[in-house]
Write a protein that binds this ligand. Sequence first.
Ligand code: VTB
Length: 332
Amino acid sequence: MEDREREIMLDLVRVTETAALMAGRYMGMGNKELVDAAAVDGMRGMLELVRITGTVVIGEGEKDKAPMLYVGEKLGNGKGETEVDIAVDPVEGTRLVANGLPNALSIIVVAARGAILPVPSFYMHKIAVGPKAKGHIDINAPVRENLRVVAAALGRKGRDLTVVILDRPRHRQLIEEVRQTGARIKLISDGDVAGAIATCLEETGVDMLMGIGGAPEAVLSAAAIKCLGGEIQTKLWLPDDEQRKRATEAGFTEENRVFTAEDLVRGDGIIFAATGITDGELLQGVRYYGNLATTNSIVMRMRTGTVRQIKTYHDLTRKTLRSMKMGREVEV
Ligand code: VTB
């Protein structure tokens, strides 16, 4: 993986750009499925060109339910020899795109073979912070205590903190506890990966992410947060017997185990790439101007800590996109 990392970084940006360009066309049309199908199609088509031998560890679901990017699917042109794990979320926040709301991203993570924890679609408790508060949080500590130590680490008052929380009934108590400390809250309707990443980038104004969201999303967040030097801690959330049974069957027997970023994505061989689909704090979304479209992406490499933001101008008079579904290049 190491020697190939530099080479494939830009290829991975092209993968998320293509997914974003395809999905962005459906913004605001109220149809989540269309958004996802378009992104999957573009992502899958572009992955064919990348010189890796990859296995999807986190993807669109089980083989019988997902036609493409299913868990276990082999990807890449195979000529790369390099065996890698792949985690994808062609659209993190399909509902955000369907409704034209901010912060939808197309995401891919490539890591050394065996590095990505294969978590099924469970939910996880999450707490994430940026580099300055790293080493201070404890997912098992009371909410108030976590906010206190983060404020201290940042040299701020509690009321100067901003915490991102998914707007869900299951977070009623969490929200109440955060409010009692005087901290500010940003409720989001979807997209806690963007929220987790935002904690690591000071200009976003986000200091912490707390609450329960998807486990696959926790893995993607961990990959980005590792590259950015922040911290995330997670724990399975198994609210009923059925979930507990599913977790046990999948080999997750310790309900209270804390999974750190290192547990979710091991080692230094990690590349994270994302392209904005709708506008957000992190990245501007796709814009279409007749013959031109623009995308904004971020690509990061754990081994070197390099973070690149890439704005791309796509000339639509010359550019076509690969569609797996159509078996040919299509117009954007
Ligand atoms: C979570 C979150 C995601 O969807 O999976 C959420 O991690 C689903 O939560 O970022 P509910 O089942 O409570 O709706 C996202 O927000 C978007 O995929």
